[in-house]
Design a protein around this ligand. Structure first.
Ligand code: GLU
Length: 425
C-alpha cells in the first residue's frame, strides 16, 4: 500500500535506500559473527538480477512497454523463492533488497530456499483486467529462462494476488508444455493453492505479536493495537487481533488513518474496503499516516510500506511493542532509537516470514500432489513461527543485540554454512 508523503523524510537519506541499509546490517552481523569481510562480497547483492522490458497491448490498441525485474539473492541453500510486486515506485534497488530479506526470512523460518523477488513498475489501479493479465503473462515469458519449481519460485507481493498467480502459472505451464503448479505459489485453491496461504503473512505476524506480548507481560485481551495499512496483511492482522480480544484502535490506508481510543468496528471496515485495501476515504475526521504512528497504543504494527519509523519520529512512538508486518518499515536509526527506549521490535524478516513459510508448504503439497487442510497448515505454520521467534529472541538476549541483528545472524549463518559446504567460500 502506498502513502503519499510517507517515507519521504529525506533528512535520513543515508539509511532510506533499502539496499544500502541492508548491506550495513549484513556487514555489522558479519563482524559480530567473526566472519571475514570477504564473505560480504557474496551476500551484498543478489547473485543474479534480470532486467526485463515487457511490451503489452493496451485496450485502446496501443503498445506500452513496462520495466520489470527478477532478483535471485542466493541459491546456496536451495532454489530461490519470493513475491512479485506491481507498484509504480518499485525499482531495481528495492527488488534487490527485498530478495536479500527473503534469504533472511527463509533462513529464519528454516525452509530449504534462498531469497528471490520480482517487481514490475506499473500502477495496477490504472490497468484493466485484460491489461493486467497480458502484463502478468508477458512478465512470465520475459523471466521464464531463470525461473522454475527447482530454480526460483515466484509468489504474491504488493498489489499482486491469487488471480495474477493463476495467470502466471498458466503461462508458465503453456511454455513448458506440462502442468507446473509448483512454479508459483499463492495460487487459487482450485489450481493447487494451499489452504491458509492468503492469511499466512498476517497469521505469522499475529503469532509474533502473541509471543512478544508474553515477553512484555502484556495480556492480549484488552491490548490496544494500531495497524498501519489495511491491505492483505493489515486487514487479516486486524481480524486476528480482534479474535484474540485485543482492541484495534487505529488503521490506515493510502489516503489517511482512523483512530478511536475506544476501538474501531473492524468487521464493518473489512466489509467496506476495496481490493486495494482502501477504506478511509469514506470517513470525515481522518488523521494522517504519520499521526497514526504516534498515537497512544500498546502494540504498533506497521503493515504498509518501508521507511515509516525513522530518526525523525522514533522518539514519539508510544507503543511497547512494534511488530513489522511490512518489509522495511523501520530504518537503522529508527531501530536504534526504539531499542534504546526499551521498545520490543520484532523485525520484518521474522514477523513477515509467515507468507513464505506457507508458500513453501504450498510447493511441498504441489510436489507430493496431496493437500493438507487449513488446520494442518496453520498448525505447521504456528510451530515454525514460534520456534523461529524463540530462537531469535534467545540470541538477542544472550548476545545483547536487538532482534533485527539477532534475526540476521540466524539468516546469514545459514547462507554461510551452505556456501561453505558447496565450496563457494
Ligand atoms: N511477498 C511475501 C513476502 O514478502 C511472501 C513471499 C512468498 O510467499 O514467497 O514475504
Amino acid at each position: 500500500m502506498d502513502r503519499s508523503g510517507a517515507g519521504d523524510n529525506n533528512k535520513e537519506t543515508e539509511t532510506l535506500n533499502l539496499l544500502t541499509s541492508t548491506q550495513v546490517v549484513i556487514q555489522d552481523v558479519l563482524k559480530r559473527l567473526g566472519l571475514p569481510q570477504g564473505v560480504f562480497e557474496i551476500l551484498k547483492e543478489p547473485l543474479r538480477m534480470l532486467d526485463v522490458r515487457i511490451p503489452v497491448r493496451m485496450d485502446d490498441g496501443s503498445v506500452k512497454v513496462f520495466s520489470g525485474f527478477r532478483a535471485q539473492h542466493n541459491d546456496s541453500v536451495g532454489p530461490t523463492i519470493g513475491g512479485i510486486r506491481f507498484h509504480p515506485k518499485t525499482n531495481s534497488d528495492e527488488v534487490k533488497a527485498l530478495a536479500m530479506w527473503m534469504s533472511m526470512k527463509c533462513g529464519i523460518a528454516d525452509i530449504p530456499f534462498g531469497g528471490g523477488k520480482g517487481g514490475i513498475i506499473c500502477n495496477p489501479r490504472a490497468l484493466s483486467f485484460g491489461e493486467l493479465e497480458r502484463l502478468s503473462r508477458g512478465y512470465v515469458r520475459a523471466i521464464s529462462q531463470i525461473v522454475g519449481p527447482t530454480k526460483d519460485v515466484p509468489a504474491p507481493d504488493m498489489y499482486t494476488n491469487s488471480q495474477i498467480m493463476g495467470w502466471m502459472m498458466d503461462e508458465y505451464s503453456r511454455l513448458r508444455k506440462f502442468d507446473s503448479p509448483g512454479f508459483i505459489t499463492g495460487k487459487p485453491l482450485v489450481l493447487g493453492g494451499s489452504e491458509g496461504r492468503e492469511e499466512a503473512g498476517a497469521l505469522g505476524a499475529a503469532i509474533c505479536i502473541e509471543e512478544a506480548a508474553k515477553i512484555k507481560g502484556l495480556p492480549l485481551k484488552g491490548a490496544r493495537v494500531v495497524i498501519q495499512g489495511f491491505g492483505n496483511a493489515g486487514s487479516f492482522i486486524a481480524k486476528f487481533m480482534q479474535q484474540s480480544g485485543a482492541i484495534v484502535v487505529g488503521i490506515s490506508d493510502v489516503y489517511g488513518a482512523l483512530y478511536n481510543p475506544d476501538g474501531l468496528n473492524i468487521d464493518y471496515l473489512l466489509s467496506r474496503r476495496d481490493s486495494f485495501g482502501t477504506v478511509t476515504s469514506m470517513f470525515d475526521g481522518t488523521i494522517t499516516n504519520e499521526e497514526l504512528l504516534e498515537q497512544e497504543c500498546d502494540i504498533l504494527v506497521p503493515a504498509a510500506v518501508s521507511n515509516q519509523i525513522t530518526a525523525l519520529n522514533a522518539q514519539n512512538i508510544r507503543a511497547k511493542i512494534v511488530v513489522e508486518a511490512a518489509n522495511g518499515p523501520t530504518t537503522i536509526e529508527g531501530t536504534r532509537i526504539l531499542s534504546e527506549r526499551g521498545i520490543l521490535l520484532v523485525p520484518d524478516v521474522l514477523a513477515g516470514s509467515g507468507g513464505v513459510t506457507v508458500s513453501y508448504f504450498e510447493w511441498v503439497q504441489n510436489k507430493q500432489g496431496y493437500y493438507w487442510n487449513e488446520e494442518e497448515v496453520k498448525n505447521k505454520l504456528r510451530k515454525k513461527m514460534t520456534s523461529a521467534f524463540q530462537q531469535v529472541y534467545e540470541i538477542s538476549q544472550y548476545t545483547n543485540v536487538n532482534m533485527r541483528i539477532a534475526a540476521y545472524m540466524v539468516g546469514v549463518k545459514k547462507l554461510i554454512e551452505a556456501s561453505q559446504f558447496r565450496g563457494w567460500i
